[in-house]
Write a protein that binds this ligand. Sequence first.
Ligand code: AMP
Length: 218
Amino acid sequence: MTKQLTIALSKGRIFEETLPLLSAAGIEAAENPEESRKLIIGTNHDNIRLVIVRATDVPTYVQYGAADFGIAGKDVLIEHGGDGLYQPLDLKIAKCRMMVAVRKGFDYAAAVKPGSRLRVASKYPNIAAEHFASKGVHIDLIKLYGSMELAPLVGLSDAIVDLVSTGNTLKANNLEAVEHIADISSRLVVNKAALKLKYDTIQPIIDVFAEATAQSAS
Ligand code: AMP
């Protein structure tokens, strides 16, 4: 009997950039999640389905085995901690950088002397805390869920820790990136037990993804 396979994906850039990889593995989504309200989407294989979840929830679905594997940004994985997840492959999609940014003209160098205190707004409290701890800077962390760029403009924080891709959002809001924390891209995350139990189904898909990723990088 063919085993049921559930793949967790988030809408938007990750979904769009994952479609060619799924296609290379012979998997075609039956519907476009951007146009459908369905959270479970079938494929051209009776035993393979996609579940559409928030980007930050992908590791959780995979960790608990509700999805066998999924695709999540490195940002989300660092923040989640990666418990119970096997991360075999950097898919090199949805690339961007985790940066510290401030209002133009803010004297960042003076504000981050060891022992100083800074107000930082971010959706990524663990990444922000670890970054500033390594510099010996104390932070008051303000957890936000979106539009971090607004925080320094209205005096909510001195700095933000956020993803930067083109830099256009920072520019449009009179902010500048002052520090690079990490290069970010999306990774394949696999439930460790599922990989053992469904090895014959999952490993060939990982192999195709690895080959497609290597080809697009060369
Ligand atoms: P940009 O204007 O191209 O630098 O994009 C910056 C905005 O897009 C910020 O609000 C980021 O949080 C968001 N962003 C950039 N890259 C990504 C990504 N790979 N995944 C999720 N959000 C992103």
